[in-house]
Write a protein that binds this ligand. Structure first.
Ligand SMILES: NC(=O)C1=CN([C@@H]2O[C@H](COP(=O)(O)OP(=O)(O)OC[C@H]3O[C@@H](n4cnc5c(N)ncnc54)[C@H](OP(=O)(O)O)[C@@H]3O)[C@@H](O)[C@H]2O)C=CC1
Ligand SMILES: CC(C)(CO)C(=O)C(=O)O
Length: 309
C-alpha cells in the first residue's frame, strides 16, 4: 500500500517504520525541522522492543509532498489534528482512507469536516513510543491496534488496513464497536496520563500508590456517566480492571502526556480527555468534579512551565 504518516513524532515513526519493513511504500510528513533533517541525513534510528535498527525513510513537510496515498495515518497531537487535515488535503484522493489512532475524544467529527465518512477509519492503540532525539525514536509493546470504519457500509476498507497492519507485526484487530473502544481507551488516558503527569511518575509507580484505586475508580465513574449520554456503555468495574491490566502490560512507561508536560514542556491533550468529559457533563446538566479539577491542575502546571496553549 502507498501510505503516508501525517505527524511523524514518536508513534508516527514507529508505525511508519513497521509498515515500511512490512513492504509498504511509506512517506513521513512532519514540521519539525531538526527531525526532518536528521532523518534525511542519517535515516530513522529506531529501537523496537529494544532491537536497534536504522532505515532510510522518505520525509517532508506536508506542502512539500506532491504524491497522493491509499492510506494516511494521522499521528499529530489532538490539538494539531485540524491543522494537519487542512495541510494534507492535496494528498487525499476520493478513496484515500484516513486512519486516526489519536488518544482523546471527538476526533471523528474533526476529520469529517475534511473527508467523507466512507473514508474515515477510527481506532486506538496501546503500542507505546517516545522520541529520544531528532531522528531517534523507540517503539514498544505488542499492540493491539483496534480499528473500525466510521461508515457501517465500508467494512472491507477497514479490514484491508487491519490485514496490512497484522502482516507488518502491528497486531491489527477489527473492532466491532469503535465508539466503545475509543471511550475505553479514553479511560486509560484519563486516568494514567493525567495522574502520572500531575504526580510526575510512571505508570508502575502510579499503581503502587495507596490512592490509585480510589482515584482511578472516581475518574472512570465520571467518564462512564458522560459516555452514557452518547449511548456507550462503560461498565466501571470492568474498565477499572482493563486499565489495571493495561498498566501491567506497559509497566514503567511514562505516558505521552507526561512526555509532553514534564519532559518536553509542550501543551497537553487534557482538553480532549478529562477536560472534554468535564465539559460534556456540564452540558448535560451534571458535574464531573475529578475531571474538572484534574484539567484545571494540568492547565495550571502548563502555566507554571510557561507552556503556550
Ligand atoms: N507516545 C505514545 O506512547 C502514545 C501516543 N498516543 C497518541 O498518539 C498521538 C501522537 O502521539 P506521539 O506520537 O506520542 O506524539 P509526539 O509528540 O511524539 O509527536 C506528535 C507531533 O509533535 C511534534 N513534535 C514532537 N516532539 C517535538 C519536538 N521536540 N519539537 C518540535 N515538535 C515536536 C511533531 O509535530 P509538529 O512538528 O507538527 O509539531 C510530531 O509530529 C497522540 O494523540 C498520543 O496521545 C497513543 C498511544 C501511545
Ligand atoms: C501508554 C498508553 C498506552 C497508556 O497511557 C498511552 O496511550 C500513552 O502513553 O498516551
Amino acid at each position: 500500500m502507498k501510505i503516508a504518516i501525517a505527524g511523524s513524532g514518536a508513534l508516527g515513526c514507529g508505525f511508519g517504520y513497521m509498515m515500511k519493513k512490512g513492504g509498504n511504500d511509506v512517506t513521513l510528513m512532519d514540521y519539525w525541522d531538526a527531525h526532518i533533517q536528521a532523518i534525511r541525513e542519517n535515516g530513522l534510528s529506531i529501537s523496537v522492543n529494544g532491537k536497534e535498527d536504522n532505515v532510510s525513510m522518505k520525509i517532508g513537510k506536508p506542502n512539500e509532498i506532491q504524491d497522493t496515498f491509499d492510506v494516511v495515518f494521522v499521528f499529530t497531537k489532538s490539538m494539531g489534528l485540524r491543522a494537519m487535515m487542512e495541510a494534507i488535503k492535496h494528498t487525499l484522493t476520493d478513496d484515500t482512507k484516513v486512519v486516526c489512532l489519536l488518544n482523546g475524544l471527538g476526533h471523528a467529527k474533526t476529520i469529517a469536516e475534511y473527508i467523507p465518512e466512507k473514508n474515515i477509519i477510527m481506532g486506538t492503540t496501546v503500542w507505546t513510543a517516545g522520541i529520544d532525539a531528532p531522528g531517534q525514536t523507540h517503539f514498544m509493546g505488542e499492540g493491539p491496534v483496534e480499528v473500525q470504519n466510521a461508515d457501517p457500509s465500508e467494512e472491507e476498507g477497514a479490514r484491508q488496513v487491519v490485514k496490512m497492519m497484522a502482516d507488518c507485526g502491528l497486531n491489527g484487530v477489527y473492532s466491532e464497536n469503535v465508539h466503545f473502544t475509543t471511550w475505553r481507551k479514553a479511560c486509560v488516558n484519563g486516568t494514567m496520563n493525567a495522574l502520572c503527569s500531575l504526580l510526575d511518575c510512571n505508570i508502575e509507580e502510579l499503581f503502587h500508590t495507596s490512592e490509585s484505586d480510589h482515584l482511578v475508580t472516581e475518574i472512570i465513574t465520571e467518564f462512564s456517566q458522560v459516555a452514557a449520554t452518547e449511548s456507550v456503555d462503560i461498565n466501571v468495574q470492568e474498565t477499572v480492571d482493563y486499565v489495571k491490566m493495561t498498566a501491567e502490560k506497559v509497566g514503567a512507561h511514562y505516558p505521552s502526556m507526561h512526555q509532553d508536560l514534564q519532559q518536553n514542556k509542550r501543551p497537553t491533550e487534557i482538553d480532549f480527555l478529562n477536560g472534554a468529559v468535564a465539559k460534556e457533563a456540564e452540558a448535560n446538566g451534571f458535574s464531573a468534579p475529578y475531571c474538572k479539577l484534574i484539567t484545571q491542575l494540568i492547565h495550571a502546571k502548563e502555566d507554571i512551565y510557561g507552556i503556550k496553549r
